[in-house]
Design a protein around this ligand. Structure first.
Ligand code: IPM
Ligand code: MG
Length: 371
């Protein structure tokens, strides 16, 4: 199969981790006889530096014109502490989501037993943790009217949702639940917010069409607590934009490393795949960031192309690398590999070039004292 992929490396560690995902896609192409063609485009702080615009038109055109987008990370510290910055890197990503109509952000959360010791939770709470968050991505408080008065003493952000916006993400969330453990949890704040009451009403109205799915409702404050107390209770979690942003970061650390988690943003236009982690500027250029979030995002991209066997090959190679401790610093601070080495070995593994049990002496092992 021939596919065009727009690669947006973005800021910070984005280029390094994305390069590993591209290597992995090339390995998949070689093994399964596909042809992936990449077109590189800019977005974020690097795009502001080069063009003054966090999302140049050429990037939008490249995205519209491709079969999928692989994205790295966005953000730079020089903007984080400057509330008066006229343009911000994140505006690029928000505009791209909105322009492409990517209203559903899908974030799978699972715990790897070999990493339980890194999780902030006790191992017994991590058993059977396997859920997926459906976060609404193009509405709510992120995109409502924003105001600030001239004296800059008062500001507002409107939160607006329509029935149609809720239905179009609720349907795929219900359908995904049907293929999983058949449970859907709506996270909202219906005891306080009108928009949340609308979410509840719409989900209640849709529920009879999915009689095999059990639906429950949690207020977001309780949900934040339940994710820590009993994360195994969740199957599919559906929620609005802002709550989804917050609880998905919370849930992402259950696995032991934020660096591991992928996501897919799907909707009307070209779908976008990106790791959940941010640009991690402190690590940029050091070849130490964890590439697994990006590599697993490439696996979600392959699923989206209907290449299930290929996606499985990537996930198997990732699980194998974790079992063999072929990992970056965040996972093993004492014995770790470079970002690029992990990418090389996983790509080799996909092409069956690495024997099942790696001869560890043949792999450059790095002690943390070297760097
Ligand atoms: C995310 C990020 C973005 C968001 C930022 C970078 C605008 O935190 O994808 O979760 O808030 O949606
Ligand atoms: Mg976020």
């Amino acid at each position: 199969m021939k596919k065009n992929i727009t690669v947006i490396e973005g800021d910070g560690i984005g280029p390094e981790v994305t390069a590993q995902a591209v290597k992995v896609l090339d390995a998949v192409a070689a093994r399964f006889g596909h042809h992936f063609q990449y077109r590189y485009a800019i977005m974020g702080a690097c795009a502001i530096d080069q063009t003054g615009n966090p999302l140049p038109d050429a990037t939008i055109e490249a995205c519209i014109d491709s079969d999928a987008i692989l994205f790295g990370a966005i953000g730079h510290p020089k903007y984080d502490n400057d509330p008066s910055a006229p343009v911000r890197p994140e505006q690029g990503l928000l505009k791209l989501r909105k322009t492409l109509g990517l209203y559903a952000n899908i974030r799978p959360i699972s715990a790897y037993p070999s990493l339980n010791h890194l999780s902030p939770l006790k191992a017994e709470r991590l058993q059977n943790v396997d859920f997926v968050i459906y976060r609404e991505l193009t509405g709510g408080i992120y995109f409502g009217k924003k105001t600030v008065n001239e004296a800059k003493t008062e500001a507002s952000d409107d939160c607006v949702y329509t029935r149609e916006e809720i239905e179009r993400i609720a349907h795929p969330a219900f359908q995904h639940a049907q293929k999983r453990r058949k449970k859907l949890t709506l996270v909202d704040k219906a005891n306080v917010m009108e928009t949340s009451r609308l979410w509840r009403k719409v989900v209640q109205d849709l529920a009879p069409s999915y009689p095999d799915v059990t639906v429950d409702f949690l207020f977001v404050d309780n949900a934040a607590m339940q994710i820590v107390l009993n994360p195994a209770q969740f199957d599919v979690v559906l929620t609005e934009n802002m709550f989804g942003d917050i609880i998905s970061d919370e849930a992402s650390v259950l696995s032991g490393s934020l660096g591991l988690l992928p996501s897919a943003s799907i909707g009307k236009g070209t779908a976008l795949f990106e790791p959940i982690h941010g640009s991690y500027p402190q690590a940029a250029g050091k070849d130490i960031a964890n590439p697994l979030g990006s590599i697993l995002s490439a696996a979600m991209l392959l699923d989206y192309f209907g290449m299930q066997e290929e996606a499985r090959a990537v996930r198997n190679a990732v699980s194998w690398s974790l079992d063999e401790s072929i990992v970056t610093q965040d996972i093993d601070p004492n014995h770790y590999h470079f970002t690029s080495t992990v990418g090389d070995i996983i790509s080799d593994r996909i092409q069956n070039n690495v024997p099942r049990s790696v001869n560890r002496k043949n792999i450059i092992r790095l002690a943390s004292t070297i760097i």
